[in-house]
Design a protein around this ligand. Structure first.
Ligand SMILES: N[C@@H](CCC(=O)NCCCC(=O)O)C(=O)O
Length: 249
């Protein structure tokens, strides 16, 4: 069977501060190709170029990747403030309806960092603009330094005993990296938080009663996914779900 086609939801960049480009991190495509066994297809996140129907007809799964710009707070009914940072309204306009359509259709999705936050907002949840400013919460932002230092293990994540993440990982606690400023404030409809950082920040979710794969994580499993004992089962299970979806349709 042909490999499942995995839409890798991209971000907008200005190369050399001048040349507009749609791109997705190489690590995401490597994880999809090497660990999920899928064909990575980078998606330009702009409703002028792609539609939800086009994408669903083409792809057997989607990775909603990380990205610096935050989901616009209007998407969850809050007014914009300086704390909300920068936005990518084009990605919001594709990613949020695409997530809802995939959940309805049972098409597998994997949310990563910004993608994890998008899944929550798409289902009606809200976000804190800056979790390190909250009482008792830690700084989860990306550290300075080399790529190795940025993606180094930073904190434990504890999963619900017997939940899908604990079953997938074969253990209730794992170590993860951490490269985000925002976090889930209220969980959306059917969003089940299944893993937490030591400060209580939600780190792993799934969508209750969804027909397809819906696991999402606040950390970045795409970093060295083929070598990492936490990333590997996640991308492998996502690939299995996309293969099953492709075989069925
Ligand atoms: N904007 C959100 C999400 C953070 C996130 O996805 N970080 C990864 C950035 C990787 C990149 O620059 O491509 C937040 O800060 O919470």
């Amino acid at each position: 069977m042909q490999r499942p086609v995995i839409g890798v939801i991209g971000n907008s960049y200005l190369i050399n501060d001048q040349y507009p480009a749609h791109a997705a991190g190489t690590m995401n495509c490597e994880a999809v190709a090497r660990v999920s066994g899928g064909l990575p297809l980078i998606v330009p996140s702009d409703p002028d170029h792609v539609t939800v129907d086009d994408l669903m007809a083409t792809c057997d799964g989607f990775v909603f990747t990380g990205g610096r710009p935050n989901v616009h707070p209007e998407e969850y009914g809050e007014a914009e403030t300086p704390a909300h940072g920068t936005f990518d309204r084009c990605r919001d306009r594709i990613a949020l309806p695409l997530i809802r359509a995939c959940v309805d259709a049972g098409l597998p999705i994997l949310g990563i960092c910004r993608g994890f936050q998008e899944v929550n907002v798409a289902m009606g949840g809200t976000l804190h603009p800056e979790i390190r400013d909250l009482e008792g919460r830690d700084n989860h932002r990306m550290p300075d330094g080399s790529l190795e230092e940025k993606f180094a293990m930073r904190h434990e994540v504890t999963f619900t005993e017997g939940g899908p993440f604990a079953k997938l990982m074969g253990r209730a606690k794992v170590m993860t990296n951490s490269l985000h400023g925002q976090g889930i404030k209220t969980a959306g409809d059917r969003i089940v938080v299944d893993g937490w950082a030591p400060d209580g920040t939600p780190e792993a979710t799934y969508i209750k009663d969804a027909k397809g794969f819906t696991l999402s994580v606040q950390w970045h499993p795409e970093y060295q996914a083929d070598k990492d004992a936490v990333s590997r089962p996640l991308f492998a299970a996502f690939g299995d779900a996309a293969r099953a979806y492709r075989a069925e349709r």
